[in-house]
Design a protein around this ligand. Structure first.
Ligand SMILES: [Zn+2]
Length: 285
C-alpha cells in the first residue's frame, strides 16, 4: 500500500547541492520550482529499527517521495528523517547501491539498518565495519553511558562542553563512532559511523550499544579510567600506599593508576560505587 505523504527534498538543506550540479539539464529554476509540483516520485520503504525515525503513520509502509533533478540517495533518506549513519544497506529495485547512487523517477527503494552478524553476502554494505578496537565519541547528553563504556575498557571520549562541531571534527579525524541522543547530529556529512541511542536509562543504553557493536558488556576491564578515559597501568601496592584509605590497604592487593589523571583504581573501585575518600573515582554508572 502506498501512502501519499507528500514529502519533498526541501526539508533537507544539508546535502545534494553538489549532486544537482551533475544533472543541470533536469533542474528547473528555483522560482518555478516553488510554484510547480515536483515532477518525479520514488517509493521508499524503511525496515526494522529505522522505523524509529519515522512518524507513526509512516511506520512499516511505503512512502512516496517527490523530487526534482536527480539527488544523491542520501538526501531523500535524511529528508524522510533517517540519519545516514543508521543505514547499512540500500536496495533499489532489489539491487544494492551505495550513497553515490542518484535517485531516478519511479525508483522503489528499500532501506535497511545494520544486520549485526548476519552475512548479507554479495550485497554492498554502505561502509566498512568500524575499525577494531572500536572507539567512541560520546555526546554531552550521555555522560553516564561514557563512564560505563570506559569501565568495560572501551575508548570513549566525552566532555560535557563538547559542541556539535567538536564532535563532528573529532569523529572524522580519529575515526570514532558517535553516540548521541540527538538524531540531528547524525545528519552531519562528515560523520561516517554513528548511533542514535534510543533508551533513556543507562543500563538499557549500554545494552543497545553492546548489541549494535557486538561488545562484551560483561565484566569490568581494568584498562581505562572512568573519569578521563586515560589508560590504566598496574602499580605496586607500595607505590599506591600513600593514597589509599586504611580499609583499602587492608582488603585489596592489585592496583592500577590512570596515566592521564593519576587516580588509583582497584577491584572494588571499579565494581562498586566508591564510598568516600579522595580516591572516589568510580562514582556513577
Ligand atoms: Zn584518569
Amino acid at each position: 500500500m502506498i501512502e501519499r505523504s507528500e514529502t519533498n527534498d526541501q526539508t533537507n538543506t544539508k546535502g545534494g547541492r553538489g549532486s544537482r550540479a551533475h544533472c543541470r539539464r533536469d533542474a528547473i529554476p528555483a522560482r518555478q520550482a516553488v510554484a510547480k509540483p515536483r515532477a518525479r516520485a520514488a517509493e521508499f520503504r524503511f525496515y526494522g529499527i529505522l522505523n524509529d525515525f519515522l512518524p507513526w503513520p509512516r511506520h512499516q509502509r511505503e512512502t512516496v517521495y517527490r523530487f526534482d533533478g536527480c539527488p544523491g540517495i542520501k538526501d531523500p533518506i535524511e529528508a524522510l528523517g533517517v540519519p545516514h549513519t543508521e543505514v547499512e544497506l540500500i536496495l533499489v529495485h532489489g539491487r544494492s547501491v551505495n550513497f553515490d547512487y542518484r535517485l531516478q523517477d519511479g525508483d522503489r527503494v528499500s532501506v535497511y539498518p545494520p544486520f549485526g552478524t548476519l552475512d548479507i553476502g554479495p550485497l554492498a554494505r554502505l561502509r566498512e565495519k568500524p575499525l577494531v578496537p572500536i572507539r567512541f565519541i560520546v555526546d554531552v547528553n550521555l555522560g553516564r553511558l561514557a563512564r560505563r563504556l570506559r569501565r568495560l575498557g572501551h575508548d570513549s571520549l566525552y566532555r560535557n562542553d563538547y559542541r556539535d562541531a567538536d564532535i563532528v571534527r573529532i569523529a572524522a579525524g580519529e575515526h570514532r563512532i558517535v553516540l548521541t541522543r540527538d538524531r540531528r547530529l547524525l545528519h552531519a556529512k562528515r560523520i561516517v559511523h554513528g548511533y542514535w541511542v534510543r533508551a533513556v536509562a543507562v543500563d538499557e543504553q549500554l545494552d543497545e550499544v553492546a548489541r549494535r557493536y557486538d561488545l562484551d558488556a560483561g565484566r569490568p576491564d581494568f584498562s581505562r579510567c572512568m573519569v578521563c578515559n586515560g589508560r590504566l597501568a598496574e602499580v605496586d601496592k607500595a607505590d599506591a600506599w600513600g593514597e589509599l584509605e586504611p580499609k583499602t590497604r587492608l582488603y585489596y592487593e592489585v592496583f592500577f593508576r590512570c596515566e592521564g589523571c593519576r587516580r588509583i583504581y582497584w577491584e572494588g573501585s571499579h565494581v562498586d560505587r566508591m564510598r568516600n575518600g579522595r580516591n572516589s573515582t568510580a562514582a556513577g554508572g
